[in-house]
Design a binder for this molecule. Structure first.
Ligand code: IVH
Length: 677
């Protein structure tokens, strides 16, 4: 029998050949083997992976077979970003979603009308029409910049190249999902891993003639830029574009409360397998476009829409081992190593066991036969244990009370609830090399320093070699040594050096997020940055005496609660953290909160709120002020231009302070007037 290592070696060799041919084919336009041989090579790779499950675990062919990255297409900036959606997995998530919307709108009386659409599991694209003519067609790309795939999109029948009808906006951008029907996929299934991959691969063929060979379809689901904007509702928009000849999904409907939402979700889930296209959930969108505009976006998602995923796929497997993993906050997560099993088309060999309590509650043991489920992209979890299949000699799992670094772990008591945390933690921070490694991975992540070429695996490699111990080491790497490492060369090291150099310039909010204070996510980091404004002010936190006063002031910031304040205090009470942050800051250029030059009433002005408003939440007021060119700050200082005072419980002290500093005070009535101006 062929040995596992040999299979892996052969597989890797074939992948590296494919990579080479992808480059010749897609980037250089210069294939060196025939299409037949190329297809054969891809087929061999897929077959090998089908035959040897352990190859799937290696996750080596992602993005490679049928959907290679290419420099082939021209990059074009989207007129409006193409963002993704946040996910809901159960009724409670949907209840929370509705609650958040009502809070944001400060409207707890009226029912919100949702338009509910199937979430098509395909590839998103955007079509731009000028005076009814299709002039541009882009892939999503990274959401900000897409690829010019117009000619390929034109091969899809039913995508109008000229819209016929009345009242067509001068500029109309149609967002759509391109997919391949399940029946059509069946005919070409040997070439691609799944229908989504096939659609992606086909759309990104360099030659539109190749695209036209694969029968692609699409559903229009939304709009980007539209001028003039005449639609009032999402449902109205979709019915209008259907009149204009676009394909629109016929299962979409309105739902106005949680029961209708649940019913719709169950009904369509039941029809799912009989549909000729893959769907992985339903998208619920606030139907009123005016409300959508008011709700706007968080840093990554619209507040007015959510993807309510269908319940996860399940599978049965056996626990081979239980290990623990250490997160960047020191959280100890037990993980079950299971016999590889396919769940929803993906081979799973790990399942999270969440925490000690979960293991005890479900009495999960080594060797147990378990049912697991995989929801969305999250790590699969254990649903239940089949105790009838348990071996007699099996023993209860004893949760280790030590971290991988050897130090004793603890369950903290929450200061606010006085309850013991379910999660065990290692509190050594950077003194635990396992926690430190995860912190470093967080620092280089996309939302933090966003360093191209310095991903999790590279951090592991550099930590193993002792090249990086703390964040500042990232900015003083020994590139000479890296050049000599396997897998690194002149070009990749130069690229890495450039990417690291570029990332040295960072905004204060990103910096605050990067240092990984527990409970301080991106949104909170932004709030803190607009409070501190500059790194010099932020540094005041390092001094115990100043820290106390600052923390007291933070209480008044919207979005910052006692949990965050306690966490900031704990972080800066640790001298190691202070050293690490100080060393890091020395390597960086941290920009002050800058005033974006946006036109509007508050253009280039700094403002602050106190008190609540009748018709909107504080979050909405803040986002309106920003839309009108202003920067909302979290503390009163001479730098402030306006203090806006809502009628509901304003803080008198702030008004007095503002007046004494000569800051203009705006009443709720005046604020309403500004909004209507
Ligand atoms: S609405 C602001 N509606 O899902 C984002 N998306 O995770 C608005 N998708 O990129 C997206 N069907 O590719 C929307 N009916 C639908 C959809 C849909 C599929 C895809 C789309 C989008 C992704 C969001």
């Amino acid at each position: 029998m062929i040995k596992k290592n040999d299979v892996i070696r052969i597989f890797k060799k074939k992948l590296s050949d494919l990579k080479k041919h992808n480059k010749h084919y897609f980037d250089d336009d210069n294939p060196v083997i025939s299409d037949k041989d190329y297809d054969e090579l891809k087929k061999e790779i897929i077959n090998l992976q089908e035959k040897y499950n352990f190859l799937k675990d290696l996750k080596l062919i992602d993005n490679l077979v049928g959907f290679p990255p290419t420099k082939k297409f021209k990059k074009i900036k989207h007129l409006k970003p193409m963002l993704s959606l946040s996910n809901a997995f159960d009724k409670q998530d949907m209840i929370d979603f509705i609650k958040k919307i009502k809070n944001y709108l400060n409207d707890h009386e009226n029912n919100i009308e949702f338009f509910c659409e199937p979430k098509i599991d395909g590839i998103s694209a955007t079509l731009i029409y000028e005076n009814g003519d299709l002039v541009k067609g882009l892939s999503r790309g990274d959401g900000i910049t897409g690829e010019d795939i117009l000619e390929n999109l034109k091969t899809i029948s039913n995508i109008p190249q000229k819209i016929k009808g009345d009242n067509i906006p001068k500029l109309l951008e149609i967002r759509c999902e391109v997919y391949i029907g399940k029946k059509d996929f069946f005919k070409i299934k040997d070439k691609f891993a799944n229908p989504r991959n096939a659609a992606g691969g086909s759309l990104r063929q360099k030659d539109p003639k190749e695209t036209s060979k694969i029968p692609l379809r699409y559903f229009a689901y939304g709009f980007g830029a539209v001028e003039p904007m005449k639609f009032l509702k999402q449902s109205e928009f979709l019915s209008k574009v259907a009149d204009w000849g676009f394909c629109v999904n016929s299962l979409s409907q309105i739902a106005t409360n949680i029961d209708e939402i649940e019913k719709k979700h169950n009904d369509i889930d039941a029809q799912r397998s009989s549909l000729d296209y893959d769907i992985d959930g339903l998208v619920f969108k606030v139907n009123d476009l005016n409300l959508q505009k008011r709700l706007g976006f968080t840093s990554s998602f619209p507040r007015w829409a959510i993807a309510y995923k269908f319940s996860a796929e399940k599978a049965v497997t056996k626990i081979k081992d239980i290990i623990i993993q250490v997160g960047r906050t020191g959280a100890i997560t037990p993980v079950a190593k299971v016999e590889p099993v396919t769940v929803g088309g993906v081979v799973v060999s790990n399942a999270t066991l969440h925490n000690e309590e979960e293991i005890q509650r479900k009495d999960i043991r080594l060797g147990d036969v378990i049912q697991i489920q995989r929801a969305g992209d999250v790590i699969p979890q254990v649903l239940m244990v089949d105790k009838s299949k348990r071996e007699k000699k099996s023993k209860k799992f004893i949760f280790p009370n030590k971290c991988l670094c050897g130090s004793t772990t603890v369950k903290e008591i929450s200061k606010s609830t006085k309850k013991e945390d379910a999660v065990r933690r290692c509190l050594k921070g950077y003194d635990c090399k396992f926690t430190a490694r995860e912190k470093l991975k967080h620092i280089v992540s996309k939302e933090a320093f966003n360093i191209d070429g310095l991903g999790k695996k590279v951090i592991d490699q550099f930590c193993d070699l002792g090249l990086i111990k703390e964040p500042s080491d990232i900015f003083q790497l020994n590139y000479k040594k890296i050049k000599s490492l396997e897998g690194w060369g002149e070009l990749s090291v130069n690229n890495l050096e450039q990417a690291i150099d570029k990332s040295k310039k960072i905004s204060l909010d990103r910096f605050i997020y990067s240092i990984g204070i527990r409970h301080i996510g991106q949104e909170n980091a932004k709030i803190l940055a607009s409070f501190f404004i500059s790194i010099e002010k932020f540094f005041q936190l390092f001094k115990p005496k100043n820290r106390e006063t600052i923390l007291k002031n933070l209480v008044e910031l919207d979005g910052i609660g006692q949990t965050q304040i306690d966490s900031i205090n704990t972080f800066f009470s640790n001298s190691k953290n202070i050293n690490i942050v100080t060393n890091l800051v020395k390597k960086l250029i941290i920009s002050e909160i800058s005033l974006e030059k946006k036109s509007g009433f508050f253009s280039s002005k700094r403002l602050m709120f106190t008190g609540g408003f009748k018709n909107m939440s504080r979050s909405e007021a803040k986002s309106i002020a920003e839309d009108k060119g202003g920067k909302v700050l979290g503390s009163i200082s001479k730098k402030l231009d306006f203090l806006i005072v809502g009628n509901s419980k304003p803080t008198k002290k702030k008004i007095d302070q503002a007046k004494s500093l000569g800051i203009k005070v705006i009443t709720e009535k005046e604020w309403d007037k500004i909004l209507n101006s």
